[in-house]
Design a protein around this ligand. Structure first.
Ligand code: ASP
Ligand code: MG
Length: 448
């Protein structure tokens, strides 16, 4: 059996018939065995908006949004010269979108299950069309695969957890001709299926993760993530013009970068790739010749600071109480509250009588979470902060690094620092309006 290659194309690579044809060629040129696609550009957002309008019972607005979604997909079908069979699949899918929306608007309620089902149509439509795009570019056998047959998950709708062992056995059982190189398969990212057969989704941006799960299940040698930028850069080029492309980066560094704000990869993508040591390539479907970035287990060059990222809208919760003094079990109680509310904490620092934690987004702050925390401690909330992260190697064992960082920051006030947990990361919070400056100063000091 030859090497298996899984390729994933994001929404901008699926924007219209031309983008689809360009992506199809990229997938074929790069010898993909399985292609995982996102919804067409903007469609997931439209489906989410549709569910919101429907819940408000605003059917007239729903209808106009449905028209836009229909028009976009019918146009791609027409431009690709879709056959009767594909046209009728598209028709059925779009009719079902309408029926579900109508149901939501009548009930003025959208259950998590209905919401995931509605969101799934983005990928189901795009993949149906993409099969035709690939067929237009090759004589190979190209088959449509319903990702739900492979991606088993729990029933935590909108953020379902994949069941890796089932995925592996599903791949062995159902993807034989694909694994043997006899057919090229096209499937959906983002969606899965719970044990009772309901459609689930893996969370926004989850197609990267899906592709990695397929790659793991198929024991692929390479996972290619095709997007609209040619690889990972040392920082966001919109913040720092001098940002440089990175040729090779390790899994650990790339995972930290993805988690700490570089938008290019979904943070969970690398976990399956790491488990099976699958090389990951990130490149642009618009510029397939460009170098792109390889993410690998080992990498010869290991700079102290390889890249930096900025994450806005951070929120800092400081919990303090004298009860913490010399007491044990306090952190446990606090974490239990976060756990009960299913809110995940990003970073944490503690002193004798207080704990400060950061949350990724102020929307995670709900009243009942806060009131539960207030039963344990005084709670202070600060919002509109940015997390600045430096990613590299040996960060926690390098003398003088902190001094250099703070010197470069000049007058910018640092609200909280996390250092020590990982040798690949140094991060701290600053006021949101200082975030970009902090990145520019640090990039100048360490990279440009
Ligand atoms: N279509 C989904 C989203 O927009 C998943 C993805 O594109 O990765 O979040
Ligand atoms: Mg994406």
């Amino acid at each position: 059996m030859s090497e298996i290659i899984v390729a994933k194309f994001g929404g901008s690579s699926m924007a219209d018939a031309n983008a689809m044809l360009r992506s199809a060629k990229v997938g074929l040129d790069n010898k993909a065995n399985l292609i995982v696609v996102s919804a067409t550009y903007g469609t997931t957002n439209q489906l989410i908006e549709l569910s919101e309008l429907a819940q408000k019972g605003n059917w007239t607005k729903c209808e106009s949004l449905l028209d836009q979604i229909n028009e976009k997909h019918y146009k791609i079908a027409k431009d690709l010269g879709a056959c009767e069979e594909i046209n009728s699949s598209i028709n059925n899918l779009l009719n079902e979108v309408k029926t579900i929306s109508k149901g939501i608007s009548l009930l003025k309620e959208c259950s998590p299950k209905a919401f995931d089902r509605l969101q799934s149509f983005g990928e189901r439509l795009s993949s149906t069309l993409f099969v035709k795009a690939v067929q237009n570019c090759t004589k190979q056998t190209v088959k449509f695969l319903d990702a739900r047959e492979i991606i088993s998950t729990d029933d935590n709708f909108s953020k379902a957890t994949p069941i890796v062992s089932n995925i592996e056995s599903n791949c062995k059982l159902k993807l034989k001709d694909c694994l043997e190189g006899k057919a090229l398969y096209v499937t959906q990212g983002f969606i899965g299926q719970s044990p009772d057969g309901s459609t689930t989704t893996l969370g926004r941006g989850g197609s990267d993760y899906s592709a990695a799960l397929f790659a793991e299940g198929m024991s692929a040698s390479t996972l290619q993530i095709w997007t609209d930028v040619a690889g990972i850069a040392t920082t966001d080029p919109r913040i720092v013009k001098e940002a440089k492309p990175i040729d090779v980066i390790t899994f650990q560094e790339a995972a930290e970068l993805a988690t700490f704000g570089a938008k290019i990869l979904h943070p969970t993508t690398l976990t399956p790739a790491l488990r099976k040591n699958i090389k990951v390539f990130v490149g642009s479907s618009y510029e397939a010749q460009a170098k792109g970035t390889w993410i690998k287990k080992e990498c010869e060059d290991r700079p102290l600071i390889r890249a930096m990222a900025l994450r806005n809208k951070q929120c800092l919760l400081t919990l303090s109480t004298p009860k913490m003094l010399h007491a044990h079990g306090f952190l446990l109680e606090i974490f239990k509250v976060f756990n009960d509310h299913k809110v995940s904490i990003d970073s944490i620092t503690t002193s004798e009588i207080s704990v400060a934690v950061t949350l990724d987004d102020a929307t995670l702050l709900n009243k009942s979470l806060i009131s539960d925390l207030e039963e344990l401690a005084n709670v202070k909330i600060e919002q509109d902060l940015s997390m600045v992260s430096l990613i590299g190697n040996n960060i926690n064992h390098t003398p003088n690094l902190a001094a250099k960082i703070f010197k470069a920051l000049g007058n910018i006030n640092v609200r909280m620092i996390c250092l020590g947990a990982s040798k690949h990361n140094f991060c701290f919070l600053v006021d949101e309006n200082e975030g970009k400056n902090a990145i520019s100063y640090l990039h100048k000091e360490f990279i440009s």
